[in-house]
Ligand binder design. Structure first.
Ligand code: SF4
Length: 304
């Protein structure tokens, strides 16, 4: 059994599962890349505006108008846009993603107005959890919105800006939100029930699931085993696949030549998002988990 010194994130483990070589570039060699994917860029902007929206409701006791919400999104988009935002699907323009982000916000706004159906406990809430009784295996993450629906009853809400809906079985295998469920149970002793809620904003779909204690135990054991594998790995082989097209390190990865990337792109188009999740989901998870702790952000994102 290994000894885990760092708090892993879901995206870090996913990076290893997707491709050990990518994991090595990002987390061991710590190679910084100057660009960010447009999917992650759009996801960040949508998350920020939804955070602002709930802060506005808490502060003013009433929601902002939809026009205010969309105006803030467009302003933030223009303010943050930079020349190193990378659009992999070259058939799509910047405005395609801008429109998709706006649609995500409008869908959410119309479905949840006036935003008083439940009690928001925390927004963009940084969490840590321990997986073993000795506290050697730790995970960290960021909950988009933590909600209290009644006494001892909580929900973990996660916003997805992906352009594809996952099949139910992939949500049943999801690791991220069930880990956050464990984090909530550890942080809130009164938490008797914790629901998991995914908002697929572009489709205006809300998907809900729960996990039993038995399922969470299996998740803990599987995650500890995966952390052991990652921390004791001696080799980090490249694992080519459709997601290479979105990989930050594809230019320096010897396993992928220019011709290969084109082939992989065709395969990706033919296969769709597949079992590993869409690139939008992958990059958005990385973006949301790299966010600042809520305490540091609150002052910056207080108003629309
Ligand atoms: S380009 Fe593909 S094979 Fe190479 S590191 Fe990235 S994901 Fe792995």
């Amino acid at each position: 059994m290994g000894f885990c010194l760092v708090a892993f994130s879901h995206s870090r483990l996913s990076s290893y599962e997707n491709c050990p070589a990518q994991y090595r570039y990002r987390y061991i060699d710590k190679i910084e890349v100057p660009y960010e994917g447009v999917e992650a860029f759009m996801g960040k902007r949508v998350h920020e505006v939804l955070e602002r929206l709930y802060h506005h409701v808490a502060r003013h006791g009433r929601p902002p108008s939809l026009a205010q919400v969309l105006s803030r999104f467009q302003k933030d988009w223009r303010f943050h846009w930079h020349e190193n935002v990378r659009i992999v699907r070259v058939e799509n323009s910047e405005s395609f993603y801008q429109d998709q982000g706006a649609r995500c916000l409008e869908n959410y706004y119309r479905s949840h107005y006036p935003f008083d159906a439940d009690e928001t406990v925390a927004l963009e809430h940084a969490v840590q959890l321990v997986l073993d009784e000795h506290g050697r295996y730790r995970m960290r993450g960021v909950i988009d919105r933590l909600v209290r629906t009644g006494e001892g009853s909580y929900e973990v809400h996660d916003y997805k800006t992906s352009g594809s809906l996952p099949p139910r079985r992939r949500l049943e295998q999801d690791r991220q939100l069930p880990l956050y469920q464990i984090a909530v149970q550890q942080a809130f002793p009164d938490a008797r029930e914790v629901g998991l809620v995914w908002h697929y904003l572009a489709f205006n779909r809300t998907l809900r699931q729960g996990r039993t204690e038995e399922q969470l135990e299996t998740l803990r054991a599987d995650t500890i085993a995966l952390i052991d594998e990652v921390t004791t790995a001696a080799e980090f082989p490249a694992r080519t696949g459709p997601l290479c097209r979105w990989c930050d390190y594809r230019e320096l990865c010897p396993a992928v030549s220019g011709a290969d990337v084109a082939e992989l792109a065709e395969a990706a188009a033919a296969d769709g998002p597949g079992e590993t999740g869409s690139p939008e989901e992958r990059t958005a998870v990385q973006a949301s988990e790299s966010g600042q702790p809520d305490s540091a952000r609150r002052g910056q994102l207080s108003l629309l």
